[in-house]
Design a protein. Structure first.
Lengths: 157, 157, 157, 157
């Protein structure tokens, strides 16, 4: 027999998905999101989360990074230390692709709240690229790429 | 030598305080609180947290409880299952005293945010007592009783 | 776009696998396993783990269960409360199939140690079925079924 | 009112003590310790734990450290990253004092098992000091200093 990681039973999927977002805050976050969505529009919530993400990045500055690979490592160190997954940065022709893997904020909430929750990651990456001197480049609103809290963004003019 | 639990070195205090609020959400919560306090007054934040607490309790209903002791046990089960500490309910002459021990929301935030954060517990207890048929009784705004996230509230007319 | 849970990137796989076994004990368990395998044979280790599993089950007795479904629920309650996954019990013609999903002991160790580590689950299930009055039925040594710590056992004469 | 960290209610003590050792491994470790103590003497268990500690340190080497303060920081980084507390190193006249704060292994077990469990920390510190070139210096068996998993050791000829 040769078990592979991608053969996921329904039970394993449910368990892993559950584990991703710490049991201490799952209930609180869901109640918070329910309150938020009643009071604010999706656009307002995305902007709110963007500002929270900027504050998070400001509180976790990366230090000087000489290369894209350095930057990816420092960002991943911050995320890993908080069990927030990791990031892959890929330079493409006209833009930089930012792929975040396994953000617990995205899996801890109902699917309908994933869209505006992405604002948190967008804001954090924007602040980190600003601090790295990326000047006028903007992180575009991202989109989810799997149900494990992964999402992709692009950085361009 | 007879080690006692209350002899706490500075390092132990720091470590235990840190452990109380899961490492996955500490940074997020602090960024969220910073954003909140810039946008809203303390009273508005306490009311917001009250509503979030009510939603949390509604999502974790306790089932029928015959006695105060039952109620205390069911509430504590909810809190324990989420590593949110425990509660003691004490019937006093004119009121019921509600003592919550070790709420991670209170220790995960800066001291200046503890006051409005208490609204979450106040809202949760209010909703649970409403559901238990406490009718017109109100949970009064609580106050912190130690630096480990404990707080006391009272339920009265 | 429609993200599905089974589309797992390499990074997501690594992160989820990592999350399964608590960061506090990963290093300790790996050092313990390395010491164990130098001192004892695989058979001795499986037997040691079997006895540890029996002790775990004795310390977490299930209470009276009227049906197989009750038994499955009570066992799963114990596992879930410890973030140890869940179990499915399926009555087959000549045996009962016991499928454990997502045991962190199996993912926290190197692959070469999975075989004897299964002894822990085997011992726990044996003790629980003994306590449930399964009399002379034996839990056979199990085998892993995926790389997320799942394994299947059978209970028969 | 001025809440202080040292005013600990019985409930807070119990909760914090519980939180120190991850819920995923508490039951497993207690079952393992029960099995160990039936099979081996205290001296054998301390030696076993010493070897496990050495293996742990070997798997978490510290890199070059120029000063005692560096060494303390690197060791603390390893412990912190695993939620295993921290360490303070104090040079005294004839020996170096090693004070470990809040080891979850010590709080996760019954009090009667604390003594031999200290072997793990002793082995880890011995291996780290060996690797740092401490040559013929030996870490003496330590003793617990509080009920939060703290313990003190000395390094001397």
């Amino acid at each position: 027999m040769s078990p592979t990681h991608d053969a996921l039973s329904g039970e394993a999927t449910q368990h892993l998905s559950h584990l991703q977002c710490s049991r201490q805050w799952r209930g609180f976050l869901q109640a918070l999101a329910a309150e938020f969505t009643q009071a604010l529009s999706n656009d307002e919530l995305r902007e709110l989360m963007f500002r929270v993400g900027e504050r998070f990045a400001s509180a976790h500055l990366l230090g000087p990074c000489a290369t894209l690979s350095d930057l990816q490592q420092r960002m991943t160190d911050v995320w890993c230390n908080a069990d927030w997954g990791s990031v892959t940065l890929v330079q493409q022709k006209e833009q930089l692709s930012i792929v975040h893997h396994c953000a617990p904020l995205l899996t801890g909430m109902d699917k309908s709240n994933v869209d505006w929750s992405l604002g948190f990651l967008q804001g954090a990456y924007q602040k980190w690229f600003d601090a790295a001197g990326a000047g006028s480049l903007r992180v575009a609103p991202g989109e989810p790429t799997d149900a494990w809290g992964s999402a992709s963004f692009s950085l361009s003019r």
